[in-house]
Design a protein around this ligand. Structure first.
Ligand SMILES: Cc1cc2nc3c(=O)[nH]c(=O)nc-3n(C[C@H](O)[C@H](O)[C@H](O)COP(=O)(O)OP(=O)(O)OC[C@H]3O[C@@H](n4cnc5c(N)ncnc54)[C@H](O)[C@@H]3O)c2cc1C
Length: 326
């Protein structure tokens, strides 16, 4: 079971594609095998990962059971850091339902690989119509493959995060009849096996820590897209790994430092990230034209420097300490 659990941990949010994940809790009964409680909890969580429905009694029961088992483990566990992304399932265990923390920003974003027919060569091309946009870019220089990014404005949609076919249908409907390279992109979407699809959203929590548990990265201060999330997550990880060492293992002192050092920094980055939706997919033709004008000005040399300074200011607005090596 430990091996399986590690397999799922590495594989990420695809428990539904591993039938064993669903069979396991039934097979080993309610009680975890001796010495494998943490692994058992991980298996339980993975049986419902990928966007469990809150009303699903089986999912609720598994989450409750995982919470009880985790509670009984607190004296043995080191410090659980919750870092499983914007829709963190483990955050639900310790901090409650995602609806309390997730701010939906009226747009959706999708990404997947497309053939490199446009040859954008380490740049991207963006085409917008009111409320929807497609960008095709090739940043890694792979001559055979580019990436498409689709953004559209929308009311909140109900969909199963595990149902890729349904997500493809939503995208095909929303982008039907659009100009430029849309037919090529939609054709590639049909074949895509790497689809990412989600709301543009931010996570706002009151506190980043609770008891011995801490939120890290998107799970605690995610901002979907906007250019700061990875850096903030890495800085957060550095502080969260270093402070307990500096505090001699006293997690209360360490977590208080983490809150102080990362909270405002992360909030500042979320503010700069803002909502990229209306930038990609302005709601009217007029706004598209004014976005294009503004972007031309912003990418002129003097203003590009100013723009860079602005983002650098937010990205470096944190005091980092040296931590003892383990
Ligand atoms: C379209 C788009 C563009 C972006 N562009 C930028 C950019 O230009 N610059 C930038 O800095 N940031 C960008 N970001 C944001 C950036 O991707 C995130 O902020 C960053 O990935 C957060 O890292 P994380 O480790 O906190 O979460 P994630 O990268 O989401 O990692 C969480 C991991 O946990 C795994 N997981 C989930 N549940 C479980 C489970 N039950 N068991 C085990 N594993 C689990 C997931 O599979 C995943 O691998 C962008 C985001 C999007 C969506």
């Amino acid at each position: 079971m430990a091996a399986l659990s590690w397999f799922w941990r590495l594989r990420g949010l695809h428990g539904d594609q591993v039938p064993l994940a669903r069979e396991l809790p039934a097979a080993v009964d309610d009680a975890p095998p001796e010495g494998l409680t943490e692994e058992y909890v991980l298996c339980l969580i993975n049986t419902i990962s990928g966007g469990a429905d809150d009303d699903d009694p089986a999912a609720r029961e598994h989450l409750d059971r995982a919470a009880v088992l985790l509670g009984s483990l607190h004296h043995q566990l080191c410090l659980p850091f919750i870092a499983d992304g914007l829709h963190s399932l483990t955050r639900r265990l310790a901090f409650g339902d995602e609806s309390r923390y997730l701010r939906f920003l009226d747009h959706y974003v999708a990404g997947f690989g497309v053939p490199d027919e446009l040859g954008p060569d380490r740049t991207a091309r963006l085409y917008s119509e009111p409320g929807r946009a497609i960008a095709v870019g090739n940043y890694d220089g792979d001559p055979d493959r580019a990436a498409a990014l689709l953004v559209f404005r929308s009311e909140k949609l109900e969909f199963d995060r595990r149902d890729v076919a349904a997500q493809k249908r939503i995208l095909a409907e929303r982008f039907a009849g659009m100009g430029w390279e849309t037919p090529m992109v939609l054709k590639a979407l049909e074949r895509a096996d790497d689809l990412y699809f989600d709301a543009i959203a931010q996570i706002h929590v009151d506190r980043l820590t609770k008891g011995r548990v801490a939120l890290l990265g998107d799970a605690g201060y995610g901002a979907t897209m906007g250019g700061m999330g990875t850096g903030v997550a890495i800085v957060g990880a550095y502080v969260l790994a270093g402070e307990p060492a500096l505090a001699g293992g006293d997690h209360r002192t360490a977590f208080a430092e983490y809150e102080t050092r990362i909270r405002d920094f992360a909030k500042g980055c979320q503010k700069i990230s803002g909502n990229a939706g209306p930038f990609f997919a302005p709601p009217t033709e007029r706004r598209i034209r004014s976005r294009d004008r503004m972007y031309r000005i912003l990418s002129s040399r003097p203003l590009a420097r100013f723009f860079k300074k602005l983002t650098e200011k937010a990205a470096t607005d944190v005091k980092l300490r040296e931590y003892p090596r383990p």
